[in-house]
Design a protein around this ligand. Structure first.
Ligand SMILES: Nc1ncnc2c1ncn2[C@@H]1O[C@H](COP(=O)(O)OP(=O)(O)OP(=O)(O)O)[C@@H](O)[C@H]1O
Ligand SMILES: [Mg+2]
Length: 316
């Protein structure tokens, strides 16, 4: 059994398909390639197929068809090998009820084959990096959801395999520790580990990933660096209007593009030359009592994401 492979290696998924019921595709032909040192984001709405994808990578689910290879090893044919070559933080909480935080992290590192003193040192380093000192000797059963998530993350990377897969690591984590966690994920890339990071947090991912894929309905709808995905939006600005509750949707001028409607917030994009007219339009809505507030800002990866994954048509 091999648990280490020397860079350069590649991780490749080719035309991966998975159906749970033989009718609907949870993964419908996904192809991607990741190299050591890369932090790769996997984004997409609920039910898009992200967890299904990563469970096949780590050998917990068998694909219906397609291939998954890491450093030339066939992970589909050899799921045990997949578990050796991948460190995986599942979306579900880690079961660490009867262990103290530092014990759980150390044990995870030892099970992965880490040498005792190295694992000990790295455990303390991770407790420090993630500001978990307060809970170092607390039993898992007594931890809050966010702290348990961070401990699960530390357990996953204390002795990382070549490919680290994190399914929603920031869930339930407070903003300050979320930032620490993102910094730690970034540093994994510097350790020649490849990271697949499943997240809903588009704005944070934008700052931390090298590349990303947006998955919707089992398919890849976009893939590239954050800036390449935003390229089409370069001369666009976002004009967001907070509508007065209960009013009908306002008619939109032809030069304004409706992107999404979230609650009472109408998100539109406007090209630079049309900005003055856009601001007049938004001001007009305020005067008519149709809107309570508006804001103009730069477009972000979130706008690209919303455009690519919004199912419901919005007023136009
Ligand atoms: N064990 C299962 N049996 C049957 N269908 C499943 C199973 N797990 C997932 N699915 C279905 O497969 C599709 C993809 O689910 P998956 O959990 O991969 O989505 P996801 O992108 O991880 O979503 P989320 O962001 O909510 O975690 C969904 O339609 C889901 O209902
Ligand atoms: Mg999931």
């Amino acid at each position: 059994m091999v648990s280490r492979i020397a860079p350069p290696w590649v991780f490749e998924i080719d035309d991966l398909r998975k159906s749970y019921d033989g009718e609907k595709w949870a993964n419908d032909g996904i192809t991607l390639r990741i190299e050591p040192g890369e932090v790769f984001g996997l984004l997409g709405p609920n039910g898009a197929g992200k967890t299904t994808l990563v469970k096949q990578v780590v050998g917990l689910l068998a694909p219906t068809s397609g291939t998954i290879e890491l450093g030339g090893y066939d992970l589909v044919a050899d799921p045990d090998h997949a578990r050796q070559l991948c460190s995986y933080l599942p979306q579900a909480p880690v079961p660490i009820e009867s262990f103290k935080v530092h014990e759980a992290i150390e044990l995870a590192g030892r099970i992965r084959g880490g040498e005792k003193s190295t694992v000990r040192a790295r455990t303390e380093e991770l407790i420090d990096d993630l500001e978990l000192e307060e809970w170092r000797d607390t039993l898992g059963a007594k931890l809050s959801g966010g702290v348990r998530r961070l401990v699960g993350f530390a357990m996953t990377i204390v002795h990382p395999a070549p490919l680290v897969i994190l399914d929603e690591p920031t869930n339930d984590v407070d903003p300050r520790r979320r930032r620490l966690l993102w910094e730690r994920i970034r540093r994994l890339g510097d350790e020649e580990v490849a990271v697949i990071l499943v997240t809903h947090n588009v704005l944070e991912a934008e700052k931390s990933v090298d590349r990303l894929a947006i998955i919707d309905d089992g398919r890849t709808v976009a893939e590239g660096t954050p800036s390449s995905l935003k390229a089409a939006d370069r001369d666009l600005l976002r004009l967001q209007v907070m509508l007065t509750p209960g009013v009908d949707d306002p008619a939109l001028p032809a030069w304004l593009r409706a992107e999404a409607r979230v609650g009472n917030t109408l998100v539109t994009t406007v090209s630079e030359p049309d900005v003055p007219a856009g601001l007049d339009w938004a001001q007009g809505l305020m005067t008519e009592g149709v809107a309570e507030e508006y804001a103009l800002g730069a477009t972000s990866l979130e706008d690209v994401y919303v455009r690519l994954t919004t199912v419901e048509a919005v007023a136009s």
